[in-house]
Design a protein around this ligand. Structure first.
Ligand SMILES: Nc1ncnc2c1ncn2[C@@H]1O[C@H](COP(=O)(O)OP(=O)(O)OP(=O)(O)O)[C@@H](O)[C@H]1O
Ligand SMILES: [Mg+2]
Length: 445
């Protein structure tokens, strides 16, 4: 992409309405535009990051054996009356009436709809286990939408639902989700800690929230510092192996880590003092096991091996895809702007031409741009006729992890400059070597 042809409405001034840094940077970097309270248009740069996150979520869910589908945003009120939640949900639910006076709602979550889909088709235990998920817009009429996409009213969520014959099978699905979520966040360059949580309006017995540590987070968290050092890394995971998956969950949930809702002072005080941490966190996901809470009232049953009809065992599992962008920025920035982890960056590399219009510099930049495209990478070439300082400020603000700076002086010596956004360290090297370096960095991402 050439910046002169892109749509990147960068703001020079700090928007007054943004209270936290991630919101400020998203507005300034031209990623989002507020349309109403808690409702945002995703401008090209923001949409690009959102799409990268969606792709990672899809890949990790499908790796775990979960199947994508797409349910509508609008749902019928009658479905929610069957579970009893239509009245219970309260003013957070956006309700509407169509021209035939049918009561509809904008879905805040999809337990009822997926249960209805399931009961319409599945009759036998032989069709289990089954986990279906989608990535779809949700609406919750939050009392206090704030912090930009972090607490929006319309927001993008991955929500998945498992259907199993027995409680043991459903708990395996729960564990599978925990591990696939850990992998998902790790690929995004985030540390998200599973913490035992309260179940709230979804209901159920077993539930964990995933929290990214950040001092702007809305939840108070208490944890053993050891938990922050756990990594899945490159280990191969067989999601069908119950013991293996359960052991990973055990590993990640053994060190103490809880939100204020479930905090237990006695357990916490037993941790050696140096490792005892109190901080704040952003909830970027939650998993629930709730058994037959929906299948029973909604009549989602299957025939078991003995020929008996039994309600199916279920759970639901959500990732806050749009909120994750706020969390990523809270965890990766400096005073000049965003610093994207390589796994989620909107463009892989920025190219800055120090002397636009200089035949040699222009040609070198074009060649770099085209080489990256040929390698399947996504470069952003700042080809605007602007002074170098302005170009650097834009690159720093939008946070591309790598920048190549090209100028007539360097080219005379056969070199360009490669700069890491995170460390600020620059290195001069021939253009081919810069290309090879970038290609190697992204080869395993
Ligand atoms: N208003 C919102 N804006 C953006 N993301 C949200 C919002 N509400 C929930 N999410 C995301 O969707 C995920 C799954 O939804 P869930 O039903 O667990 O939300 P929740 O527990 O009600 O969230 P919260 O406690 O933050 O209101 C959450 O972990 C969060 O990351
Ligand atoms: Mg939650």
């Amino acid at each position: 992409m050439r910046l002169s042809r892109y749509f990147l409405p960068v703001l020079k001034e700090n928007p007054a309405e943004a209270q936290i840094l991630s919101h400020r940077y998203m507005l300034r970097a031209g990623m989002i535009k507020q349309e109403s309270a808690g409702i945002y248009a995703w401008l090209p740069l923001g949409y690009k990051v959102l799409s990268r996150l969606e792709k990672i979520v899809h890949e990790e869910q499908q790796r775990a054996g979960h199947i994508p589908l797409l349910m509508p945003t609008l749902q019928s009120a009658d479905l929610w009356r069957e579970s009893g939640r239509y009245d219970a949900y309260g003013p957070e639910m956006l309700r509407m009436t169509d021209r035939n006076k049918r009561e509809m709602l904008f879905g805040p979550t999809n337990e009822e709809m997926i249960t209805d889909i399931f009961r319409s088709y599945v009759r036998s235990y032989k069709d289990l286990p089954l986990t279906l998920y989608h990535i779809q817009w949700k609406f919750r009429d939050e009392m206090r939408p704030r912090f930009g996409v972090m607490r929006g009213r319309e927001f993008l969520m991955k929500d998945g639902y498992n259907f199993d014959l027995t409680r043991e099978d459903a708990l395996h699905a729960y564990n599978r989700h925990m591990v696939s979520y850990l992998r998902t966040y790790e690929r995004m360059g985030l540390t998200a800690i599973p913490m035992r949580a309260d179940s709230g309006p979804i209901g159920g017995d077993d539930t964990h929230e995933f929290l990214v540590l950040a001092n702007t987070g809305e939840s108070e968290v208490f944890y053993d510092e050891d938990v922050t050092r756990l990594k899945l890394g490159e280990r191969a995971i067989n999601y069908d192996n119950r013991e293996e998956v359960a052991a990973i969950c055990q590993e990640f949930t053994t060190p103490y880590a809880r939100t204020d809702e479930t905090h237990d002072a006695a357990l916490f005080d037993a941790i050696p003092e140096g490792r005892r941490k109190v901080g704040r966190g952003i909830e970027v996901g939650q998993i629930f096991y709730f058994g037959t809470k929906y299948s029973e009232p909604m009549g989602a049953t299957v025939q078991n091996a003995e020929g008996k009809q039994v309600p199916v065992e279920m759970g639901s599992h959500g990732i806050g895809v749009s909120r994750l962008i706020g969390a990523l920025i809270e965890a990766n920035h400096d005073d000049k702007g965003i610093i994207w982890p390589e796994g989620v960056t909107p463009f892989h590399v920025g190219i800055v031409n120090l002397k636009q219009g200089d035949a040699e510099a222009d040609a070198a930049c074009e060649a770099l741009h085209d080489s990256f495209v040929a390698l399947g990478l996504d470069p952003l070439y700042d080809d605007r006729d602007e002074r170098a300082g302005g170009k650097f400020a834009t690159m720093d603000l939008i946070g591309l992890p790598w920048r190549i700076t090209v100028g007539p002086r360097g080219l005379k010596n056969g070199v360009v400059e490669l700069t890491s956004r995170r460390t600020g360290v620059s290195e001069e090297l021939p253009p081919e070597e810069a290309i090879a370096r970038i290609a190697a960095i992204y080869a395993n991402i």
